[in-house]
Design a protein around this ligand. Structure first.
Ligand code: BGC
Length: 516
């Protein structure tokens, strides 16, 4: 059956459609019946048919099939997520302005985009070597790695440990004791317990740094809120936790943000890499900036040199800069989050939030009778019942293959008909697309900023990326690349390169560069 006819049939509802089918059968029957049983029967049948038609029209009036209007109502709600290039350029330019302010001696005091100096001034050049422990803390999992860097090659082993919810939101001491325990367990398993080993710490939260091995937490983000850590040096807290155990000897020689780690590990393989991006549970980027542009730095290390800036772009919009594009769903998500009013840009695009935004839209649509039946309400009312992994799976299917979407929804105990599946697909696609485009606006702002340092040259750079959204979402990476290059303008090209285990490896590389 051709698709348009099939869709047409789907537009006619059960009542009208049922009758149509019955009518078709009766009409087929008409010719045989007429021949066999004569005019009387035929007349009776005609009467029945016209009565049925009449009731069909009455039913149609009583139960208007609202498929089109339900679909349209869904489209109306989703429309606000579709950002055009002009809007994205405005977002890009506002971020550029925020970046300048964040680097400025006076402006940075009130800047929401913190533009934090990382004290990483050199990218790896292949001369690095040594064996290091690396720690990677930033999401629900914590990783400990043993990394051996040798002759442009990196060998590694690692173990993933869970960070229990009570550690994320309990006391800082309990959190750092847990980290030290996992470190000790891993170092013992690797047979390094009796060695003094240098350690690079990837700590994926905004930190004020004064040196490569000291970082004071400005504020927790994502799902973390452990007490008594904000304002403290996380290297000291970890060193104290290790000392409390007394069973391993490690020296933390470098602390880096995951974006910086990603940039470092990507630059190890690709010397054109100047941007690091995390598109995962959280979202953030870093890039190499001319030190002379970082006017807020008290002491420049090298006036002609560069320094990697951890932008902490997640906080872009916390002063209202994104209000025009903030939907009612973003506002509800923010109000219910662990850190209300903070990280507004991140909340529009990170893996921790994409599924939640979709859930809130579907909940609203379900309440208004646009999708599902009220049986779905209980599930949709449950926070985090619609994971970002489900959004990825749904977008991975074409809307017309609605059975696959139906199965994904069935796994979450949501019963759906075809129209529901089509609407759910549209919502997932729109929320994912906005996330990728927002991210593209951010990367294009960075590329333009770097280009402003060398406006007479063609800028062909690489952005190293890590994070579950980039790696696992079926369309995010492609949308990001295409849209970034549409937004950068002439004379700039940004390539994207997946940086496997970037954030962990990067901490070891920074340690290696700093002990070079
Ligand atoms: C943090 C950043 C981090 C990003 C990705 C954000 O919530 O503030 O420091 O780089 O998540 O993990």
């Amino acid at each position: 059956m051709n698709t348009s006819i099939r869709n047409e049939l789907f537009r006619s509802g059960p009542k009208v459609g049922e009758n149509r089918t019955k009518n078709a059968l009766l009409l087929t029957a008409t010719s045989t019946t007429e021949a066999q049983e004569g005019d009387n029967n035929a007349k009776a049948l005609k009467r029945t048919l016209s009565a049925q038609r009449e009731s069909e029209y009455t039913n149609a009036k009583e139960f208007p099939r609202n498929d089109m209007s339900e679909f349209r109502r869904a489209c109306e709600k989703v429309k606000q997520f579709m950002l055009g290039d002009n809007e994205l350029k405005t977002i890009r330019d506002r971020l550029l302005e925020n970046m300048r302010r964040g680097l400025d001696r006076e402006g940075h005091k009130s800047a929401k985009v913190k533009m934090l100096p990382s004290f990483v001034t050199h990218l790896p050049d292949g001369r690095e070597c040594g064996t290091f422990i690396a720690l990677d803390l930033g999401g629900t999992n914590f990783r400990v790695l043993l990394i051996d860097i040798n002759e442009e090659q990196i060998d590694m082993d690692s173990q993933i440990y869970r960070v229990p919810q009570e550690c994320m939101t309990g006391t800082g001491e309990a959190l750092f004791d847990h980290i030290a325990k996992c470190m000790s367990d891993f170092i013992n398993r690797m047979g390094f317990a009796d060695r003094n080993i240098a350690c690079g710490f990837t700590f994926s939260f905004p930190c004020e740094q004064y040196a490569i091995n000291s970082a004071s937490l400005i504020t927790w983000t994502k799902g973390f809120s452990a007490s008594d850590v904000e304002g403290k040096d996380v290297v000291t807290l970890l060193t104290e936790a290790v000392a409390r155990r007394g069973d391993i000897t490690v020296e933390i020689v470098a602390v880096v943000n995951d974006t910086v780690g990603t940039l470092m590990s990507c630059a190890f393989e690709d010397h054109a890499c100047q941007i690091g991006l995390i598109a995962g549970t959280g979202s953030n980027a870093c890039y190499m900036e001319k030190q002379s542009n970082i006017t807020k730095l008290d002491e420049l290390q090298d006036i002609d040199g560069k320094m990697c800036i951890n932008m902490e772009w997640g906080a872009f919009g916390d002063d209202g800069a994104l209000d025009e594009w903030t939907t009612e769903y973003d506002r509800v998500l923010d109000a219910n989050s662990v850190h209300p009013t903070k990280q507004r840009f991140e909340k529009m695009m990170a893996g921790m939030y994409i599924g939640e935004i979709v859930r809130l839209i579907l909940l609203d649509m379900c309440k208004e009778g646009i999708v599902f039946t009220e049986d779905a309400l209980e599930i949709l009312e449950t926070p985090e019942s619609f994971g970002t992994h489900m959004v990825s799976q749904i977008v991975d299917n074409q809307p017309r293959h609605f059975a696959a979407v139906q199965n994904i929804l069935a796994c979450a105990d949501i019963g759906a008909i075809r129209r529901d599946c089509e609407i759910v697909h549209m919502v997932c696609d729109a929320v994912s697309r906005r996330a990728a485009y927002m991210c593209a606006a951010g990367i294009s702002a960075i590329a333009i900023k770097i280009h402003q340092n060398r406006p007479d040259e063609y800028l062909d750079i690489t952005c190293g990326v890590d994070g579950s959204v980039y790696k696992k979402h079926p369309t995010f990476a492609k949308l990001l690349k295409v849209k970034t290059n549409e937004l950068v303008g002439l004379g700039i090209f940004v390539n994207f390169r997946l940086s496997h285990d970037g954030s962990g490896k990067g901490a070891a590389l920074v340690s290696a560069v700093s002990t070079r």
